[in-house]
Write a protein that binds this ligand. Structure first.
Ligand code: NAP
Length: 311
Protein backbone atom coordinates (compact mmCIF):
# COMPACT_ATOMS: atom_id res chain seq x y z
CA UNK A 1 0.00 0.00 0.00
CA UNK A 2 1.24 3.47 -0.85
CA UNK A 3 2.77 5.44 2.00
CA UNK A 4 0.32 7.99 3.46
CA UNK A 5 1.42 10.67 5.91
CA UNK A 6 -1.05 12.78 7.91
CA UNK A 7 -0.58 16.46 8.72
CA UNK A 8 -2.67 19.48 9.59
CA UNK A 9 -1.08 21.66 6.91
CA UNK A 10 0.78 20.47 3.84
CA UNK A 11 2.87 23.15 2.14
CA UNK A 12 3.97 22.38 -1.40
CA UNK A 13 7.14 24.22 -2.40
CA UNK A 14 9.95 25.37 -0.14
CA UNK A 15 10.83 28.84 -1.40
CA UNK A 16 10.54 31.89 0.87
CA UNK A 17 6.71 31.78 0.68
CA UNK A 18 6.50 28.08 1.48
CA UNK A 19 9.04 28.24 4.30
CA UNK A 20 7.22 31.19 5.83
CA UNK A 21 3.86 29.41 5.54
CA UNK A 22 5.50 26.37 7.13
CA UNK A 23 6.95 28.45 9.94
CA UNK A 24 3.63 30.09 10.78
CA UNK A 25 1.80 26.78 10.58
CA UNK A 26 4.26 25.02 12.87
CA UNK A 27 4.37 27.97 15.26
CA UNK A 28 0.58 27.76 15.58
CA UNK A 29 1.03 24.15 16.80
CA UNK A 30 -0.19 22.63 13.56
CA UNK A 31 1.55 19.52 12.34
CA UNK A 32 3.07 21.04 9.24
CA UNK A 33 5.25 19.77 6.43
CA UNK A 34 6.93 21.53 3.54
CA UNK A 35 7.41 19.27 0.53
CA UNK A 36 10.18 20.64 -1.72
CA UNK A 37 11.53 18.88 -4.80
CA UNK A 38 15.03 20.39 -4.67
CA UNK A 39 16.70 22.16 -1.77
CA UNK A 40 14.77 24.65 0.40
CA UNK A 41 14.92 28.22 -0.88
CA UNK A 42 13.41 27.95 -4.34
CA UNK A 43 14.72 30.62 -6.66
CA UNK A 44 16.65 32.45 -3.97
CA UNK A 45 18.85 29.40 -3.44
CA UNK A 46 20.30 30.36 -6.83
CA UNK A 47 20.42 34.11 -6.28
CA UNK A 48 23.90 35.49 -5.75
CA UNK A 49 23.06 38.37 -3.53
CA UNK A 50 19.90 39.69 -1.93
CA UNK A 51 20.01 43.31 -0.86
CA UNK A 52 16.35 44.19 -0.54
CA UNK A 53 15.14 41.91 2.22
CA UNK A 54 14.57 44.09 5.28
CA UNK A 55 17.17 43.63 7.98
CA UNK A 56 19.77 42.22 5.60
CA UNK A 57 21.78 44.80 3.67
CA UNK A 58 23.58 42.02 1.81
CA UNK A 59 23.07 38.32 2.10
CA UNK A 60 23.68 35.42 -0.28
CA UNK A 61 20.36 33.97 -1.42
CA UNK A 62 21.38 30.46 -0.38
CA UNK A 63 22.30 31.69 3.10
CA UNK A 64 18.98 33.48 3.52
CA UNK A 65 17.17 30.33 2.40
CA UNK A 66 19.10 28.24 4.92
CA UNK A 67 18.32 30.70 7.70
CA UNK A 68 14.61 30.63 6.80
CA UNK A 69 14.53 26.83 6.80
CA UNK A 70 16.47 26.54 10.09
CA UNK A 71 14.26 29.15 11.71
CA UNK A 72 11.08 27.34 10.65
CA UNK A 73 12.41 23.95 11.79
CA UNK A 74 12.94 25.42 15.29
CA UNK A 75 9.15 25.70 15.54
CA UNK A 76 8.78 22.04 14.57
CA UNK A 77 8.34 22.33 10.81
CA UNK A 78 9.19 19.18 8.89
CA UNK A 79 10.85 19.74 5.51
CA UNK A 80 10.91 16.77 3.15
CA UNK A 81 12.49 16.35 -0.25
CA UNK A 82 9.96 15.02 -2.75
CA UNK A 83 8.37 16.18 -5.96
CA UNK A 84 4.61 16.69 -5.75
CA UNK A 85 3.08 15.54 -9.01
CA UNK A 86 -0.59 15.81 -8.14
CA UNK A 87 -2.74 17.73 -5.69
CA UNK A 88 -6.29 16.65 -4.93
CA UNK A 89 -9.11 18.00 -2.83
CA UNK A 90 -11.02 15.07 -1.37
CA UNK A 91 -13.96 16.53 0.52
CA UNK A 92 -14.08 19.45 2.92
CA UNK A 93 -10.96 18.74 4.92
CA UNK A 94 -8.85 16.18 3.13
CA UNK A 95 -6.28 17.67 0.79
CA UNK A 96 -3.80 15.32 -0.78
CA UNK A 97 -0.41 15.94 -2.36
CA UNK A 98 1.02 12.95 -4.22
CA UNK A 99 4.80 12.66 -4.29
CA UNK A 100 6.71 11.32 -7.29
CA UNK A 101 7.79 8.28 -5.27
CA UNK A 102 4.20 7.41 -4.31
CA UNK A 103 4.05 9.00 -0.85
CA UNK A 104 0.84 10.92 -0.24
CA UNK A 105 0.89 13.89 2.11
CA UNK A 106 -2.59 14.37 3.54
CA UNK A 107 -3.55 17.65 5.20
CA UNK A 108 -6.65 19.41 6.46
CA UNK A 109 -5.43 22.39 4.44
CA UNK A 110 -2.84 22.84 1.73
CA UNK A 111 -0.67 25.81 0.83
CA UNK A 112 0.72 25.76 -2.71
CA UNK A 113 3.90 27.79 -3.13
CA UNK A 114 5.31 26.18 -6.25
CA UNK A 115 6.71 29.34 -7.86
CA UNK A 116 7.50 29.29 -11.53
CA UNK A 117 10.02 28.37 -14.20
CA UNK A 118 12.01 30.40 -16.70
CA UNK A 119 10.54 31.10 -20.11
CA UNK A 120 12.62 29.54 -22.87
CA UNK A 121 13.70 31.22 -26.10
CA UNK A 122 12.49 28.27 -28.18
CA UNK A 123 15.13 28.77 -30.87
CA UNK A 124 17.32 26.16 -32.58
CA UNK A 125 20.34 25.25 -30.49
CA UNK A 126 18.83 26.33 -27.16
CA UNK A 127 18.03 22.80 -25.99
CA UNK A 128 21.06 21.25 -27.65
CA UNK A 129 23.47 23.59 -25.83
CA UNK A 130 21.68 23.69 -22.46
CA UNK A 131 24.42 23.09 -19.91
CA UNK A 132 27.05 23.69 -22.60
CA UNK A 133 26.79 27.46 -22.61
CA UNK A 134 23.04 28.05 -22.55
CA UNK A 135 21.96 28.82 -19.00
CA UNK A 136 19.09 30.26 -16.97
CA UNK A 137 21.02 30.72 -13.75
CA UNK A 138 23.93 33.13 -13.42
CA UNK A 139 24.99 32.04 -9.97
CA UNK A 140 25.00 28.38 -10.98
CA UNK A 141 26.95 28.74 -14.20
CA UNK A 142 28.56 32.20 -14.40
CA UNK A 143 31.91 31.10 -13.02
CA UNK A 144 32.32 28.56 -15.85
CA UNK A 145 32.74 31.42 -18.33
CA UNK A 146 35.48 33.45 -16.70
CA UNK A 147 37.27 35.71 -19.17
CA UNK A 148 34.79 34.95 -21.97
CA UNK A 149 32.22 37.09 -23.74
CA UNK A 150 28.82 36.37 -22.18
CA UNK A 151 25.47 37.26 -23.71
CA UNK A 152 22.32 37.90 -21.70
CA UNK A 153 18.89 37.93 -23.32
CA UNK A 154 16.10 40.09 -21.91
CA UNK A 155 15.49 43.60 -20.67
CA UNK A 156 13.69 43.15 -17.35
CA UNK A 157 15.00 43.30 -13.78
CA UNK A 158 16.23 39.73 -13.88
CA UNK A 159 18.20 40.13 -17.12
CA UNK A 160 19.86 43.37 -16.07
CA UNK A 161 20.66 42.30 -12.51
CA UNK A 162 22.03 38.96 -13.61
CA UNK A 163 24.03 40.66 -16.38
CA UNK A 164 25.65 42.87 -13.75
CA UNK A 165 26.45 39.82 -11.66
CA UNK A 166 27.98 38.12 -14.71
CA UNK A 167 30.41 41.03 -15.19
CA UNK A 168 32.32 39.45 -12.28
CA UNK A 169 33.26 36.66 -14.67
CA UNK A 170 32.90 37.74 -18.29
CA UNK A 171 35.47 39.80 -20.17
CA UNK A 172 32.39 41.56 -21.49
CA UNK A 173 28.68 41.02 -20.95
CA UNK A 174 26.37 41.85 -23.82
CA UNK A 175 22.66 42.35 -23.12
CA UNK A 176 20.50 41.58 -26.13
CA UNK A 177 17.09 43.18 -25.90
CA UNK A 178 14.25 43.08 -28.39
CA UNK A 179 13.34 46.76 -27.90
CA UNK A 180 15.30 50.01 -27.65
CA UNK A 181 14.68 50.54 -23.95
CA UNK A 182 14.82 48.37 -20.88
CA UNK A 183 11.86 47.21 -18.86
CA UNK A 184 14.01 47.00 -15.71
CA UNK A 185 13.49 49.46 -12.85
CA UNK A 186 15.27 52.81 -13.30
CA UNK A 187 17.55 52.30 -10.29
CA UNK A 188 18.75 49.00 -11.75
CA UNK A 189 19.18 50.56 -15.22
CA UNK A 190 21.32 53.37 -13.80
CA UNK A 191 23.68 50.89 -12.21
CA UNK A 192 23.84 48.86 -15.40
CA UNK A 193 24.60 51.84 -17.65
CA UNK A 194 27.40 52.84 -15.28
CA UNK A 195 29.03 49.40 -15.53
CA UNK A 196 31.86 49.56 -18.08
CA UNK A 197 31.76 45.82 -18.76
CA UNK A 198 28.10 45.88 -19.84
CA UNK A 199 27.23 46.47 -23.48
CA UNK A 200 23.72 46.59 -24.99
CA UNK A 201 22.49 45.38 -28.34
CA UNK A 202 19.06 46.90 -28.91
CA UNK A 203 16.11 45.90 -31.10
CA UNK A 204 17.49 42.41 -31.54
CA UNK A 205 16.45 38.83 -30.94
CA UNK A 206 18.39 35.59 -30.87
CA UNK A 207 17.41 33.39 -33.79
CA UNK A 208 19.86 30.55 -33.24
CA UNK A 209 22.47 29.29 -30.83
CA UNK A 210 25.52 27.90 -32.64
CA UNK A 211 28.44 25.82 -31.45
CA UNK A 212 30.26 22.51 -31.47
CA UNK A 213 30.90 20.89 -28.10
CA UNK A 214 29.83 24.21 -26.56
CA UNK A 215 28.26 27.52 -27.52
CA UNK A 216 30.42 29.55 -29.92
CA UNK A 217 28.08 32.18 -31.34
CA UNK A 218 24.54 33.49 -31.66
CA UNK A 219 22.69 34.38 -34.81
CA UNK A 220 20.91 37.66 -34.15
CA UNK A 221 18.20 39.45 -36.05
CA UNK A 222 17.61 43.17 -35.83
CA UNK A 223 13.83 43.41 -35.61
CA UNK A 224 13.76 46.92 -37.09
CA UNK A 225 16.03 46.38 -40.11
CA UNK A 226 15.59 42.63 -40.52
CA UNK A 227 19.40 42.29 -40.75
CA UNK A 228 21.11 39.16 -39.48
CA UNK A 229 24.46 39.10 -37.70
CA UNK A 230 26.67 36.65 -35.84
CA UNK A 231 27.85 37.42 -32.33
CA UNK A 232 30.70 35.34 -30.96
CA UNK A 233 30.06 34.41 -27.33
CA UNK A 234 31.13 31.74 -24.88
CA UNK A 235 27.73 31.55 -23.21
CA UNK A 236 24.21 32.89 -23.33
CA UNK A 237 22.07 33.44 -20.25
CA UNK A 238 18.34 33.73 -20.87
CA UNK A 239 16.15 35.86 -18.59
CA UNK A 240 13.01 36.61 -20.55
CA UNK A 241 10.39 35.95 -17.93
CA UNK A 242 8.74 33.33 -16.01
CA UNK A 243 5.69 31.07 -15.93
CA UNK A 244 3.92 29.69 -12.87
CA UNK A 245 4.26 26.02 -11.91
CA UNK A 246 0.64 24.89 -11.74
CA UNK A 247 0.64 21.54 -13.54
CA UNK A 248 0.06 19.58 -10.32
CA UNK A 249 -3.03 21.58 -9.31
CA UNK A 250 -6.55 20.25 -9.69
CA UNK A 251 -8.31 21.81 -12.65
CA UNK A 252 -10.95 23.30 -10.34
CA UNK A 253 -8.37 25.80 -9.06
CA UNK A 254 -9.15 28.98 -11.02
CA UNK A 255 -6.33 30.73 -12.88
CA UNK A 256 -6.16 34.02 -14.71
CA UNK A 257 -5.53 34.42 -18.46
CA UNK A 258 -1.76 34.22 -17.90
CA UNK A 259 -2.06 30.96 -15.99
CA UNK A 260 -1.46 32.36 -12.50
CA UNK A 261 -3.55 31.07 -9.60
CA UNK A 262 -6.31 33.42 -8.46
CA UNK A 263 -6.74 33.85 -4.70
CA UNK A 264 -8.83 36.00 -2.38
CA UNK A 265 -7.44 38.21 0.40
CA UNK A 266 -6.85 35.10 2.54
CA UNK A 267 -4.73 33.58 -0.26
CA UNK A 268 -7.45 30.96 -0.64
CA UNK A 269 -7.99 29.61 -4.14
CA UNK A 270 -11.36 28.79 -5.68
CA UNK A 271 -11.07 25.39 -3.97
CA UNK A 272 -11.76 25.82 -0.23
CA UNK A 273 -8.83 24.70 1.90
CA UNK A 274 -6.28 25.07 -0.89
CA UNK A 275 -4.27 28.26 -0.49
CA UNK A 276 -1.58 29.68 -2.77
CA UNK A 277 1.28 32.05 -2.17
CA UNK A 278 4.24 33.67 -3.88
CA UNK A 279 5.10 33.58 -7.58
CA UNK A 280 2.46 31.01 -8.48
CA UNK A 281 -0.02 33.89 -7.95
CA UNK A 282 0.07 36.88 -10.24
CA UNK A 283 2.21 39.55 -8.61
CA UNK A 284 2.96 43.11 -9.62
CA UNK A 285 6.50 42.52 -8.40
CA UNK A 286 7.88 39.09 -7.61
CA UNK A 287 9.95 39.75 -4.55
CA UNK A 288 10.94 37.67 -1.54
CA UNK A 289 9.00 40.09 0.62
CA UNK A 290 5.78 39.47 -1.34
CA UNK A 291 6.14 35.72 -1.06
CA UNK A 292 6.85 35.92 2.67
CA UNK A 293 3.78 38.11 3.19
CA UNK A 294 1.61 35.75 1.17
CA UNK A 295 2.98 32.77 3.10
CA UNK A 296 2.06 34.38 6.41
CA UNK A 297 -1.49 35.11 5.31
CA UNK A 298 -1.99 31.70 3.71
CA UNK A 299 -0.73 29.80 6.75
CA UNK A 300 -2.79 31.78 9.22
CA UNK A 301 -5.89 31.49 7.03
CA UNK A 302 -5.28 27.72 6.93
CA UNK A 303 -4.96 27.66 10.73
CA UNK A 304 -8.18 29.67 11.15
CA UNK A 305 -9.95 27.33 8.74
CA UNK A 306 -8.80 24.22 10.60
CA UNK A 307 -9.70 25.74 13.97
CA UNK A 308 -12.92 27.16 12.50
CA UNK A 309 -12.07 30.70 13.57
CA UNK A 310 -13.54 33.59 11.61
CA UNK A 311 -15.26 33.50 8.26
P1 NAP B 1 9.99 40.52 -17.05
O1 NAP B 1 9.97 41.74 -16.18
O2 NAP B 1 8.72 39.98 -17.57
O3 NAP B 1 10.98 40.84 -18.25
C1 NAP B 1 11.15 39.93 -19.31
C2 NAP B 1 12.05 40.58 -20.34
O4 NAP B 1 12.31 39.64 -21.37
C3 NAP B 1 11.42 41.81 -20.97
O5 NAP B 1 12.40 42.79 -21.16
C4 NAP B 1 10.89 41.26 -22.30
O6 NAP B 1 10.93 42.21 -23.34
C5 NAP B 1 11.90 40.18 -22.61
N1 NAP B 1 11.33 39.08 -23.40
C6 NAP B 1 10.19 38.38 -23.15
N2 NAP B 1 10.02 37.41 -24.06
C7 NAP B 1 11.07 37.49 -24.92
C8 NAP B 1 11.47 36.75 -26.06
N3 NAP B 1 10.75 35.72 -26.51
N4 NAP B 1 12.61 37.11 -26.68
C9 NAP B 1 13.34 38.15 -26.21
N5 NAP B 1 13.02 38.88 -25.14
C10 NAP B 1 11.90 38.55 -24.49
O7 NAP B 1 10.68 39.28 -16.32
P2 NAP B 1 11.86 39.24 -15.21
O8 NAP B 1 12.97 40.15 -15.54
O9 NAP B 1 12.09 37.79 -15.02
O10 NAP B 1 11.16 39.81 -13.94
C11 NAP B 1 9.94 39.25 -13.53
C12 NAP B 1 9.47 39.92 -12.25
O11 NAP B 1 10.42 39.70 -11.20
C13 NAP B 1 9.29 41.40 -12.38
O12 NAP B 1 8.14 41.76 -11.67
C14 NAP B 1 10.51 41.95 -11.72
O13 NAP B 1 10.29 43.23 -11.17
C15 NAP B 1 10.83 40.94 -10.64
N6 NAP B 1 12.27 40.90 -10.34
C16 NAP B 1 12.73 41.87 -9.50
C17 NAP B 1 14.07 41.90 -9.20
C18 NAP B 1 14.56 42.98 -8.26
O14 NAP B 1 13.83 43.92 -7.99
N7 NAP B 1 15.73 42.94 -7.72
C19 NAP B 1 14.97 41.00 -9.77
C20 NAP B 1 14.47 40.04 -10.66
C21 NAP B 1 13.11 40.03 -10.95
P3 NAP B 1 9.93 43.47 -23.35
O15 NAP B 1 10.49 44.43 -22.36
O16 NAP B 1 9.99 43.93 -24.75
O17 NAP B 1 8.58 42.93 -22.98
Amino acid sequence: MADEKQYDIVVVGGGPGGLTAGMYGARANMKTVVVERYQPGGQIANTAEVEDYPGFEHIAGAELAMKMADHARKFGLEVVSDEVVEIRSEGESRKVAVGAGGTTYVGKAMVVCTGGSPVLLHVPGEKEFAGKGVSYCAICDGAFFRGQVIAVVGGGDAAVEEAMFLTKFGSKVIVIHRRDRLRAQKVIQQRAFANPKLVFIWDSVVEKVNGDAKVRSLTLKNVKTGEHSTLEVGAVFVFIGFHPNTAMLPKEVAKNDRGYVITDFKMETSVPGIFACGDVRDQLVRQITNAVGDGTTAAMAAVYRIEKIGG
